[in-house]
Design a protein around this ligand. Sequence first.
Ligand code: DX5
Ligand code: ZN
Length: 555
Amino acid sequence: MSLNYYHILKRIREARKLVIRGITAAGSGHPGGSFSMAEIMGCVFFKFLRYDPKNPLWEDRDRLVLSKGHASPGLFSNLAVAGYFDKSEIETLRKFESRLQGHPDFKCPGVEFCGGSLGIGLSFSIGMALAARVDGKTHRIYTIIGDGESDEGQVWEAAMTASKYKLDNLTAFLDRNFIQQDDYTERVMPLDEELTGDDISEMWKNAARWKTGDKWRSFGWNVLEIDGHRIEQIIKAIRSVQQTKGTPSIVVARTIKGKGVEHMEDNPKWHGVAPNPKIAPIIDLELDCQFLIAPSIIAGDMTNLGNEVKRAAQGRADFIHLDVMDGLFVPNKTFDHNKIKELRPITSIPFDSHLMITDPVKHVRDYVEAGSDIITVHAEVCDESSFGEIHDILRTNEVSVGLAINPDTELPQWTDKFISDLDQLILMSVIPGKSGQKYIESSHEKTHRIVKLLTKQNFSGFIEADGGVDLSNVESCFLDGARVFVGGSAIIGQKDVRSTISEFRKKILHGRRKLLIQKAHSLGGTELVNKWIDLHEVGKKKSELLQIAKEAGFV
Ligand code: DX5
Ligand code: ZN
């Protein structure tokens, strides 16, 4: 089975937006800790957890315990997306008579534990795991604890107990965001090391200083350490835990408090504060503007594509873009599913397979079996029936569904019925067939026009700009509406992939900040622009935003 990548990514995005909607309506709540665990929640809920929203007490369901109960909006939003109750109910958060209170309780369907008083959820989870064993049941228990919560002694008593009873049906996640209620964890009660400076990022840079995992290993746990915002790493970790017998497992997920909203990220202030209702629509747009970088490996050494995949992975790519060419749909030939199968074990980063082949319906299963996470086929060689078959094969195998059109092709009418369920739409900005070509300028207007069309057709996927994208045009491609950016010669063709990807991200971020400032201005003029900019207290963001606002003439 593949990652079901976009299926999860889109639900995580929806859940984050519901968190903002609920907390803003309540005028109070905990966004920071809801967002640091957002990817963990999304992967558990939408890839692994077995449950039935119509039968919340199904006795064979898996259990998810939110021990850090103050992040209840992060739980409620996922329960809503999962179908336990209507999404609109999130606006009753913390109101009298509501099922959704500041901390979870059993009034709300899908809640397994009344969290809030910290330090207890792991013990409760152990009880559930022991009960499952006594009852001969095979369901799994997942529990999320906070790093600040680990100051509670009961957490460590529970750690000893789980190890004593060899509870391998229990998976704990440590939401390691380095911030607790009143300060950075490494200043209050270090799990790694005393934080001497003011810069929390120093805790990230040097993995040799990370001691949290050793604490749990010394208590007899199986420990996995991951980037808690990388879907592929979370999924890989949970799959590994499911194979681990005779010991409980903890996934130490290094996360960012407030992740997804720039001004909340790494800012202790957003532990428990609600956004200003005037600001909420700007945050909503920001959550819709997450972006991904997909290096295209055919721009590298075609005799050593394994090394090109490694370069992209070490460069912190979000996707690996694999250009399959059969010499028929395009004159060039690159590689087929056999090469993808060979490359698959190198990295868990999603494989974004772009099939420039004729008769894709005949071959698509080969690319599923080879390990593609996203498969995009060209509308020029499909019709409603063949693409419908491809769509069903991909959905059944949890592979994300992509459609591509060439620069001189418009979306055929038969695609209308698929648009609302499409995960990715590649708008080619070169004539397909090779990397290193120049971006076709008319693609900007075409993207703008198609984005407008798609909005009317409830498109909730991601537009991928593919062909001739580089540092000179990527910001414009973002402002056109693209959210995934393929870089062949502009990324893989460069010596230092990591710094090039970082430069791409900075350019796109500049475009997003410009878009958000424009949104602030449209909603509330200069006053709201200044309010928005003032929120960005951490690091140098404020001065960078002011510069953008000045360039745009808003301040
Ligand atoms: C072209 C491919 C593109 C190409 C991108 O047919 O679909 O993915 O490899 O390479 P650059 O970014 O160099 O155009
Ligand atoms: Zn491509």
